[in-house]
Write a new protein. Structure first.
Lengths: 320, 274
């Protein structure tokens, strides 16, 4: 009767020894690579302090009432409740989505066209064109907004001059909701068409020419090979640009803020979500509320990205 | 005949696009040489005027433009150097060494790229206040001095470009880990580093929202914040604002033109890879 017990103890002690040996093995492996861990550690430390912790902390803050100086008081869901009932918040959401639509559709369309033109076999000076198209992308948004404010100026702007050439009366662009949104969208388009064109061009160049040659032999027309070869092969790239332009579009701030100020202009047409967040948190010092708006924005971006993903992927399923 | 016609059309399209891309720069330069009255005159002046020097002089009189320029230069240079060092060290390590948990750590690194930055705007500011970094360049430099994108970028490059045999040879010669990084890897990684450096520098130079929140003392303003405040205050002297803008834009364009060819290819390659 005692034997099995003895056996078991033997077995147990054996396995625990193995385990501790393995543990010691892992520990010594880790110790052996301490320099490697040290080399990669800065990123993780910085992310923990300036990335992860703020996200958790913003969750906590969003349930507080706090002006950044005085005492924090628990506020329950009031911040969120205020957010969803504040017409200004929804205006900001609406403006942001409108500006995103006005800007990203023409932007990606023009980018695709430019990419095709640059990709044509007989195009010369390709490098020169690419540099010219990319130049707007490295220019600071503040500078862009200052230049475009003279283009869209209410009375003697460049755009109104062109209207006058056609006998049209001037438009007070920056006094109108749609005028401000148009100006912001034009800035976004101008700054990002070249960037997206360069990416599409790289995508086009990565499509093997063999595919086109085979299609030609099979008697496909140019339009057929465009829809059957180019578009399907370009789909992941298009998805990438749609997602980056969505994320970028949801975060528009500088264009509006420099062009029309913290309140988004006369009719609030330039009030975007980030501008709203900035104003509530850093102009009005509602730190708790600002955090709640951050979460609201995060949820919107997530929903929007899923929505976009569905559209781009769904379009693909139908084609194939 | 058909081919020639379509080529003509193609170049016409490309040139129209190019004019639209470049015209705002030209327009900026023209406005910087005009008086405010001339900027807002009908018909507009499309050729250069004679007031550039007087506009520039007023810029320097009204704001510490040179100070803001130096601030931007300091912040962008420090950020770039630190990013290059930490990202290349980590990227090289991920590419060429194996250690327990490496795969898992790298996945974690990629996942952090999804973390939304706007979400943490308020708490980040609170943390900076706790550290006593509000109004200090530390808040602009330190949080971003090692980033996931750069580590990913260097790792991809190092995996192919740094031969393991060379590292073995280095080890035989008695090179320690840090020597392998500094003397063997860095020289090979130079093309990847120059892209990452330019990318970081441009991003830091153009950054606006975070410096706007952090910097509260005019003497610490970066160029973008100084420009924006110039734009807000001197509505009536637009010629001066525009001249300041031109001065702020030029250094970056010059930098970009130096690195442009490789930079653009790398941007595209980065997008295709991800």
């Amino acid at each position: 009767m005692a034997q099995p017990l003895q056996n078991r103890t033997q077995f147990d002690s054996g396995s625990s020894m193995q385990l501790s040996e393995r543990k010691r093995g892992l520990a010594s492996e880790i110790w052996k690579h301490r320099k490697q861990y040290l080399a990669i550690s800065p990123f993780y430390i910085l992310f923990a302090v300036f990335g992860l912790f703020p996200i958790l902390f913003s969750m906590y803050l969003s349930f507080q009432r706090w002006d950044g100086i005085g005492v924090m008081t628990y506020n329950g869901l009031n911040n969120y409740q205020f957010m969803v009932t504040d017409p200004e918040f929804w205006k900001a959401v609406g403006n942001t989505i409108l500006i995103w639509i006005y800007s990203s559709i023409p932007m990606l369309f023009f980018a695709l066209i430019i990419a095709f033109l640059l990709n044509a076999s007989f195009t010369r000076f390709r490098t020169f064109f690419r540099i010219g198209y990319f130049l707007p992308n490295v220019t600071s948004l503040v500078a862009v907004a200052i230049v475009f404010s003279t283009v869209f100026s209410n009375n003697y702007g460049l755009l109104n001059y062109f209207l006058s050439l056609f006998g049209l009366s001037p438009v007070e662009w920056l006094n109108k909701t749609w005028g401000i949104q148009l100006a912001v969208s034009v800035m976004v388009i101008w700054r990002w068409v070249g960037y997206n064109a360069i990416i599409y061009l790289a995508g086009l160049q990565s499509i093997p020419t063999v595919l086109y040659e085979a299609a030609k032999i099979d008697g496909a027309t140019g339009i057929q090979s465009f829809f059957r070869i180019t578009i399907p092969n370009l789909r992941p790239i298009i998805l990438f640009t749609v997602i980056t332009s969505t994320i970028g579009g949801m975060q528009i701030f500088t264009e509006s803020q420099v062009l029309v100020g913290n309140d988004g202009g006369v009719s609030g047409g330039g009030l975007t979500i980030v501008l709203y967040l900035y104003r509530e948190a850093f102009v009005n010092n509602y730190f708790g509320y600002g955090s709640a708006v951050g979460w609201g924005m995060f949820i919107l971006i997530a929903l929007f990205s899923v929505f976009n993903w569905r559209i781009v992927q769904g379009g693909g399923a139908k084609d194939e | 005949m058909v081919k020639r016609k379509s080529a003509l059309l193609l170049y016409l399209g490309l040139i129209i696009g190019l004019v639209v891309s470049v015209f705002p720069f030209y327009w900026l330069a023209v406005m910087a040489t005009r008086t405010t009255a001339e900027i807002y005159s009908f018909p507009p002046k499309f050729w250069f005027g004679t007031h550039f020097i007087s506009n520039i002089t007023r810029v320097f009189d009204n704001v510490d433009f040179f100070g803001a320029f130096l601030n931007s230069l300091f912040v962008a240079s420090c950020s770039t150097l630190l990013v290059l060092f930490f990202d290349s060290l980590a990227g090289f390590t991920f590419a060429k060494f194996s250690f327990p948990g490496k795969k898992w750590l790298f996945v974690l690194l990629l996942a952090t790229m999804m973390a939304p930055s706007q979400l943490s705007l308020v708490p980040s500011f609170v943390i900076m206040a706790k550290f006593g970094w509000v109004g200090s360049f530390k808040a602009l430099i330190i949080p971003g001095m090692a980033n996931a994108f750069g580590i990913f970028w260097i790792r991809q490059y190092a995996q192919e470009a740094v031969p393991s045999e060379l590292l073995d040879a280095g080890r035989i010669d008695g090179c320690g880990y840090f020597r392998l990084y500094w003397n063997v890897a860095i020289p090979i990684l130079r093309p990847a580093l120059s892209f990452l450096g330019a990318f970081t520098f441009i991003g830091s130079w153009n950054d606006y929202l975070w410096p706007l929140i952090i910097l509260n003392d005019e003497s610490k303003f970066t160029l973008q914040v100084a420009l924006s405040s110039l734009n807000g205050i001197y509505v009536t002297d637009y010629a001066m604002v525009v001249a300041g803008t031109l001065l702020a834009v030029i250094p970056l364009i010059v930098l970009f033109l130096f690195v442009s060819k490789q930079f653009i290819s790398d941007i595209a390659a980065g997008a295709i890879k991800s």
